[in-house]
Design a protein around this ligand. Sequence first.
Ligand code: HEC
Length: 325
Amino acid sequence: MTGIARALALTTALVTVPLLAHAESWTLSNDDSRVAFGSVKKNTVGEVHGFTGLSGSVDASGKVMVEIDLTSVETNIDIRNARMVEHVFGKDNPTATLTAQLDAKALGKMKPGDTASVDVEGTLAIAGKDVAVETTMFVARLTDGRAMVTTDGMIMLSMADLGFTGGIDKLMEIAKLPGITQVSPVTMRLIFDRDTGEAKASGAKKAVEEAPKEEAVKVAAASTGDVKKGKKVFKKCKACHVVNKEKNRVGPHLVNIVGRTAGSVEGFKYSKAMAGAGLDWTVENLSAYLAKPKDFLPGNKMAFAGLRKESQIADVIAYLESEAK
Ligand code: HEC
């Protein structure tokens, strides 16, 4: 190495190391975060709803990404959840993604107990549309490893901007309502945990795992799943399925589903594809179906994009098995 090259290498090392040491990345805690939205029907009944499936991160450059699983909508009325997914959000767009840029340097300087109001310009990608979102967010560094970002006021989303007007008209028609909200107030409480070196590595691994897979995901025996976690995952299914009673909703009941023959619930109107599938719901078949319902059984009518993580699939199957009669 020549003297100059060595000097250059040394300078780069000096410059990059401290930068890297200060760069912080964060991962959203689903359990502690909440995205809520309001609606008013018949001009008089105000209600607050939310989404339970949230994930996200803030990378070292301050880029924020929050993914909202729209099929996890919770309005406290199952049939309404299902109708919202089916008619308003649309079956083909199961996630909304909010991206924004924060000043990583300024935020990195915040100490536990510090708070700040920041103006954020972001983009909400939802139902095939990109909607600009401008708002003030309130940031609090709770502890060294935890930060909270909340809406300072509310974000007002126009249903027309989101292209939801047609779906809402459909809901009004089904529910025989004279009027449902055309502008919805949205609030967010996002709790982020700072990635430690280790978490960062597994965070990267998670990102790889979360990337859509081409082949069906293979999952080991259901017993490897976690029943408690599976119960949470099942929230994504609850709008359409009951597991502890032989009661059909948008989808057939799932009592004793592991081992059951596909398309066999009497009185449920299956698609031709499901009715004629001629297969049993072994753990393996269930795993493949839940990863990519449309690919596993083309033509089936379950309006669900699929679970992206193998662990979620194993967990939900373990939960379904634990509820078997
Ligand atoms: C938006 C509604 C909806 C959601 C959400 C949904 N499903 Fe379904 N599911 C259906 C419908 C409708 C069918 C029937 C499909 C057909 O006949 O083609 C179905 C079928 C099934 C079947 C086959 C049942 C049988 O009798 O053969 C299984 C298993 C299943 N769903 C599991 C799940 C699980 C687990 C989840 C959550 C991870 C889920 N579904 C989420 C609507 C839904």
